[in-house]
Design a protein around this ligand. Structure first.
Ligand code: HEM
Length: 514
């Protein structure tokens, strides 16, 4: 009840109380009521203050998020909503081979370089071939390899994505010993050819083959044997664990059941455990040789000058196992679909490979390095396959200091993402980019487009598996077009997110050529 009402009641209901007493009483009640009110109001005032401070902090935080600090002018673009940034827009797929709208809209609005925020990190995306070249050249000076936190968690903090200097050279050296140019020129060529021939023979005995699964098994069975010396059964079990890694590379680092990141981390743990056990056993019996990469790493780990430790070695082997099959399998699956839809390309390929067979002396002799090098049209087809498939979701770097580019500043510590896809499918750089046209790579036409072609990255981090991939694909095509034809059974619809996916797979039937 308010104090004036109390006073009125007192005056009217009790006539014996004098006016002076009433006034005195009123004043005392008023004082006590004001105190009571003040006591009651104090927490509200504190709450109001805290609320105002919080609101001010929040407004400032949102402002800082959308306008990150920079000693210069940031590239154009939007940082999106706090924390989630533009992640959801980034992951919205395109339902064809074409670039997702996320890139198209920003290319139109801001040009070939823009800022954004993905999976909680500020990123500058480059679709600019000149800038890409600059980034590759400045590796270790202005930029260093660095992948989003999820990638680093999946492949290991110092893993293949981000190692530097001595370790970088060490891992490249390891990979070269099993997949390098010199090895390919030797017995490995015949071995690869034999593996592909027997796998395709097995495919032809089946009513239907899911292409990606078939190719993944074909490569992984072999690379797992070369790297860690396991048999087919063990290789197949291990391979399952790698399936979600591509998706997890650029995902929100949310670690709870159901999220992509959680699934990847569970699989990573399984791979790690298998490799850890293997390495432990090999380290305890170093005199036993198996002829695989583990022999080499065990020898290196036990040497006095070892540059790597057990943890790093396990991460590096896991990354090599993943890279060795996932990339080629995705490229070849897209390629099989493209070939099915372009019979003229298959015709021209067949012509080239039949000519090689005709020239070959012994019909049963294996393919030679000279024959591989003579496959001019096949090389054009492979360029077109890698240009359209773009399996690398992005090539990531971190700025080591503030970097000035085209009048803008990329602050130190920011991620830069080179998008090979956005370059390869840009109509101003590749005419009619969605058209599968191997003839665009003819010698007299290709000099300018080659400058913009980066399926295997560039600079000192150029893919170590590039030669192996090209040889594998060429040999696969050689056996495919000279011995078989095929028909589509089901699937084949594509979605392009960061990489291309076939939601229903791509199923074909392989038939021997008569
Ligand atoms: C079509 C097949 C392939 C494509 C499109 C591809 C793409 C790439 C790209 C774009 C990079 C550069 C990454 C960066 O700069 O951060 C890279 C690096 C790498 N790739 Fe491949 N790759 C393929 C096959 C392979 C294979 C078969 C292997 C293993 C045998 C492999 C192992 C590696 C390794 C170890 C690196 C890191 C190189 C370094 O940091 O120095 N790749 N790959």
């Amino acid at each position: 009840m308010c104090s004036v009402q109390v006073y009125t009641n007192l005056v009217t209901t009790n006539s014996t109380v004098s006016l002076a007493k009433a006034i005195d009483l009123y004043n005392r009640i008023k004082d006590s009521s004001t105190m009571e009110q003040q006591i009651l109001q104090a927490p509200y005032a504190v709450l109001c203050c805290v609320g105002t401070l919080l609101a001010a902090w929040f407004v400032n935080w949102v402002y800082r998020w959308t306008n990150p600090p920079c000693r210069g002018k940031l590239p154009p673009g939007s940082m999106g909503f706090p924390i989630i940034g533009e992640t959801f827009r980034f992951f919205r797929p395109s339902i064809s081979l074409d670039i997702p709208t996320f890139y198209k809209q920003r290319l139109q609005r801001y040009g070939p370089m823009f800022k954004t925020s993905l999976v909680g990190q500020p990123v500058v995306v480059s679709m600019d071939p000149e800038l890409n070249r600059f980034i590759f050249q400045q590796e270790g000076k202005l930029f260093r390899s660095w992948y989003p936190d999820t990638s680093n968690s999946i492949f290991g903090k110092d893993s293949i994505c981000s190692y530097d200097g001595t370790l970088h050279r060490y891992v490249r050296g390891l990979a070269a010993r099993k997949f390098g140019h010199e090895i390919l020129k030797g017995d490995f060529l015949a071995e690869l050819s034999g593996t592909i021939a027997s796998s395709l023979q097995a495919w032809a005995a089946e009513p239907s083959i899911e292409v990606k699964e078939g190719i993944s098994n074909m490569i992984f069975d072999m690379t797992a044997r070369k790297l860690i010396g396991v048999d087919v059964k063990c290789a197949r079990e291990l391979r399952r664990n790698f399936e979600s890694f591509f998706k997890g590379m650029i995902a929100f680092p949310l670690y709870f059941p159901g999220t992509t990141f959680y699934q990847c981390m569970q699989k990573r743990r399984k791979v790690q455990n298998v490799l850890k056990e293997m390495l432990k056993e090999r380290l305890s019996t170093p005199e036993k040789r198996h002829g695989d990469l583990l022999d080499i790493v065990v020898h290196d780990l036990l040497s006095e000058n070892s540059v790597a430790d057990v943890k790093f070695t396990i991460d590096a082997i896991a990354a090599l196992l993943f890279a060795s099959f996932a990339t080629i399998a995705s490229t070849l699956t897209v390629s099989m679909k493209l070939l099915t839809d372009h019979p003229k390309v298959v015709e021209a390929l067949t012509e080239e490979h039949e000519a090689i067979l005709k020239k070959r002396e012994g019909l049963n002799s294996s393919i030679t390095w000279e024959e591989y090098k003579s496959m001019k049209f096949t090389a054009q087809v492979m360029n077109e396959m890698t240009r359209l498939s773009n399996v690398a979701p992005g090539i990531f770097r971190k700025t080591l200091k503030d970097v000035q580019v085209n009048g803008y500043t990329i602050p130190a510590g920011w991620l830069v993402m080179i998008s090979p896809m956005a370059v390869h499918l840009n109509p101003t750089l590749f005419e009619d980019p969605l058209n599968f046209n191997p003839w665009r790579w003819q010698e007299d036409k290709r000099s300018t487009i080659l400058r913009n072609f980066i399926p295997f990255g560039g600079g000192i981090r150029l893919c170590v598996g590039a030669d192996f991939s090209k040889v594998f694909i060429a040999l696969f095509l050689h056996t495919l077009v000279t011995k078989y034809r095929w028909r589509e059974i089901k699937g084949g619809n594509v979605l392009r997110v960061t990489e291309i996916v076939f939601p229903e797979g791509y199923h074909i039937q392989l038939l021997p050529r008569i």
